[in-house]
Ligand binder design. Sequence first.
Ligand SMILES: [Fe+2]
Ligand SMILES: [Fe+2]
Length: 279
Amino acid sequence: MTTPMTTEAIMQVALDLAGLSDIPSDSGIHVRSDNVRRVFATIDCDMADLLMARVLRCDTVLTHHPEGAASLHGWKLIARQVEQMVECGVPVAKAEAAIQRRIQAVELNSHARNYARVVQAAQLLNVAFLNVHLPCDVISRRLIAERMAPFTRPESRATVAEVIAVLQEFPEQRLAATEPKVRLGASDRFAGRVAVAMAGYTNGGVDVLRAYFEAGVGTVLMMHFPEAELREAREQKLAGNLVITGHMASDSIGINVYLDELEGRGLEVVRAGGIIAPQ
Ligand SMILES: [Fe+2]
Ligand SMILES: [Fe+2]
């Protein structure tokens, strides 16, 4: 027997798990419902996923990456990275300066999006639809940061390879077809202090990476990093290690915690759309 929930209650579960008081600007209830029983969960959603959900008799689609207005306004959360940098010892004014270029680039791209396409389709198909982005990323970051805690001690002489080995203790990381990649630095180097640069809407680019290194962080973990920014980082010969953990693997960590909680409350959940789901 499933216990029906409202879309608002489903969102509230995510906020509670992440310790957030309001729906962040990169998340939203796009088509609401009072009677959610069977959820099609995905990392990305297009029209095909909505139709898939229908075929699989799901009444609701829950996607991770932003859709609708959330995909227009999510960039405002990039500023969260200032606090993350400050936690790692970056002076606040420097952190704020480091994030500006990325904010401008992402805002520029977001503005041009066909933001309503999938939301409209969900309305026409009468499928309840929501996207939960930051809350799941906060959970991923928290869990990864917990495992990285031993590496924050100054006496730690762990190598980058050892950091990656700890990251791979997550079943999602292990099961993924991707492996963490050392894009800057090398796996046999000392990792130094490790920063988990996630849950800031997207990666902060080369300026943020440099700010971490200059503050004494030895290794930065990110889910993804753009090619052009990496080229700049290499040209600047940044002294530090950048580990790209794997986008779907690391997103799946937080998403699974959330979906497990929804199942515990009596919803049926179909994990699809690239979610790496350990059995
Ligand atoms: Fe994410
Ligand atoms: Fe993502």
